[in-house]
Design a protein around this ligand. Structure first.
Ligand SMILES: Nc1nc2c(c(=O)[nH]1)N=C([C@H](O)[C@H](O)COP(=O)(O)OP(=O)(O)OP(=O)(O)O)CN2
Length: 295
């Protein structure tokens, strides 16, 4: 007997990519279970699928930075600044990134590049080990949302969030809809998707001096003149990141989707003041959720 739950959850995360740097991503998860019926005549109670399997996925990869441990450009070490924190030095083809985070903000995968197949088999192993005996098979499908228009991939952290969004390098793959006089404007949408293609979005308020950043001991040997530094203390611990200007956008607000929508609107109006009163920005954060501003 098979049991399915489609759209069980959306995994919002970032990963290290040798070619693209740090990439924000959102994958929808569908689950198919294979098993015999239990004493309730069920393969598994939907409530258990929805709560327990989702919780396992959240704990394993959601809102984390996924690390391809066999990637040559990656070095992961224990932090010398804080217990249960780790540092990352990542030399990608387009920029170098240096981070310190509580260990729970990273997920290690034994592969050289993060792919849907690798994450699927990583999660399948973890979940199968925790299912009751009558469930013998598990087929997970991870899939990006089908988006017929432009979209961007961004990575950020929300220091004020009391949940996992405080992690300084988690991200999303998000579409954007921009309307002028109630009509979609693909030119503006394309421009923002180019600007925020594989971007790290930092808040000006989190900027720190180089002397105050806490990274690995070897990081200083890799830093370039265009590295910029951001750090904050949040409930899970201390977070630090050094990012090069070419893969960075610094906003004058927090990076909640409400404030990003407002940032986009303000930036468009600064460049094109004649659009005042005619604009609507609908910014998504991952799949099927976001914020709308008019102005
Ligand atoms: N009003 C807002 N709420 C939240 C924002 C935001 O910008 N505005 N942002 C976040 C985080 O950035 C987070 O990455 C997105 O959260 P979400 O995927 O909804 O998080 P959960 O894992 O809690 O939800 P699931 O349904 O379990 O995926 C949070 N909130």
């Amino acid at each position: 007997m098979q049991l399915f739950v489609n759209d069980l959850t959306v995994i919002d995360f970032s990963y290290l990519c040798q070619q693209r740097g740090i990439v924000g991503e959102s994958w929808i998860v569908d689950v198919l279970l294979d098993g015999s019926l239990n004493e309730m005549s069920m393969v598994l109670d939907f409530a258990v699928v929805k709560k327990q399997i989702k919780a396992i996925i959240d704990e394993a990869v959601d809102h984390k930075l996924l690390l391809p441990m066999q990637c040559e450009g990656l070095t992961l070490e224990s932090s010398s600044h804080h217990e249960d924190h780790q540092t990352i030095d990542f030399l990608s083809d387009i920029a170098s990134y240096h981070l310190q985070s509580p260990s729970c903000a990273f997920a290690q995968l034994e592969c050289s590049a993060i792919t849907i197949e690798d994450v699927t088999s990583h999660l399948t192993q973890i979940i199968l080990a925790q299912l009751p005996e009558n469930v013998q098979g598990l087929e997970l499908t991870l899939r990006p949302e089908v988006i017929p228009s432009d979209y961007y991939h961004y990575t950020h952290g929300l220091k004020l969030h009391d949940g996992n969004c405080q992690r300084i390098a988690h991200g999303h793959r998000s579409k954007i809809k921009i309307f002028v006089d109630n009509k979609r404007n693909s030119e503006l949408e394309k421009a923002w998707c180019l600007r925020w293609q594989d971007i790290y979005i930092a808040s000006e308020a989190d900027r720190v001096a180089q002397s105050d950043i806490q990274l690995s001991e070897k990081a200083s040997g890799y830093l370039k003149p265009d590295h910029q530094f951001f750090a904050y203390q949040a409930p899970q611990g201390r977070f630090d990141i050094a990012v090069q200007k070419r893969v960075l956008d610094v906003v004058d607000c927090d990076s909640t989707v409400e404030l990003l929508a407002d940032f986009i609107l303000r930036q468009i109006l600064t460049a094109k003041p004649t659009l005042k009163g005619r604009l609507k920005v609908m910014a998504y954060e991952g799949v099927a959720k976001g914020a709308i501003v008019n102005g």
